[in-house]
Write a protein that binds this ligand. Structure first.
Ligand code: FE2
Ligand code: FE2
Length: 315
């Protein structure tokens, strides 16, 4: 059986669980609590420190993620839970809901994702420490649409906050929803193409290029959401300043679509995709080696501000 590490401290004693909790003794998993047993208020395991890592069987991962999504509000409002553990719960929930939306293509799940985005903004907007904790959870190991949209959402939101500190929370939320869902149009593209592990054929690439327009259609016609700013982000995030982008080859591009585009490219450079000949770059390598490209495409101010987003605040 394979085991997945989890942060034990986000699990409250009174909550019903549908997953077993294990600890590792040396390298051997030992069952600590069966899923049918409540976590007793006096259990010695509650004395483990806030960073304590427990394990769950991989087969119960879905139950664990659903538990976190369901209890996210309680976790975020619990003053006994550390900031890092709260952000971990937020991360687990966001990826969980995003993956459910991407995998099932059930648009009813859209509101679960956007509710998470609102919570994400409320938690991180004025706290650079929570942003850097969130950044530390970013995974770039494999290409996965849900993880990609999450990563771009985090990068682009933090860059927006730095470039446009005057924006209200409400506006920030709306813009961030556009970032976290910028590739929602991919849900209209053949799953085989989206999941493809080798290079696209020309025909497939032409299909991929339709995702910005599909995205706007989903937003307007199916979700009945009318947000000019979200539409711009979804529609223009592949446009390039010199007109070489798609779908229209525009040269005048919306500011927030530009920010999304920068985050999108950055995530692509730092993520592994199997057909890529080169290894993915680290954050540092991507920012250093692609400096000329980023400055040429997005300007010095956006590039330098983006670098500052990765500074770790000292406390
Ligand atoms: Fe895209
Ligand atoms: Fe993207």
């Amino acid at each position: 059986m394979k085991f997945i590490p989890i942060r034990l401290k986000i699990i409250k004693p009174s909550k019903k669980r549908e997953f077993d909790i294990y600890i590792m003794e040396k390298t051997k998993p030992v069952l600590l609590l069966d899923k049918n047993l409540p976590l007793d208020e006096n259990s010695p395991i509650l004395e483990y420190n806030s960073n304590f890592i427990a394990f769950i069987p991989e087969t119960q991962l879905k139950e664990f993620k659903d538990f976190v999504s369901k209890n996210l509000d309680d976790i975020l409002n619990d003053s006994s839970i550390s900031k890092r553990n709260k952000m971990y719960a937020m991360y687990v929930s966001m990826i969980n809901n995003m993956e459910a939306l991407v995998n099932t293509r059930n648009l009813n799940l859209y509101s679960k994702v956007t509710k998470d985005v609102s919570k994400f903004i409320a938690q991180t907007i004025n706290d650079s420490m929570t942003v850097s904790i969130m950044l530390s959870f970013i995974r770039n190991d494999s290409y996965n649409l849900a993880i990609h949209m999450f990563n771009v959402g985090v990068y682009a939101s933090m860059l927006t906050k730095k470039l446009h500190p005057e924006l209200s929370i409400k506006k920030m939320e709306e813009i961030s929803k556009g970032y976290f869902l910028h590739d929602i149009g991919m849900l209209k593209i053949d799953k085989k193409i989206v999941a493809k592990r080798s290079k696209y054929t020309e025909e497939e690439y032409n299909e991929i290029k339709k995702h910005p327009e599909y995205g706007v259609k989903i937003l307007r016609n199916e979700l009945k959401i009318f947000s000019p700013i979200m539409e711009k982000i979804i529609l223009e995030h592949h446009e390039r300043k010199d007109g070489s982008g798609y779908p229209y080859g525009k040269t005048e591009i919306n500011e927030f679509a530009r920010i999304c585009s920068m985050a999108d490219i950055f995530d692509a450079i730092t993520s592994q995709r199997e057909y890529k000949e080169n290894l993915p770059k680290t954050t540092f390598e991507a920012l250093k080696e692609e400096k000329d490209f980023f400055i040429r495409e997005f300007g010095k101010n956006r590039y330098e501000t983006f670098i500052k987003c990765f500074y770790i605040p000292m406390k």
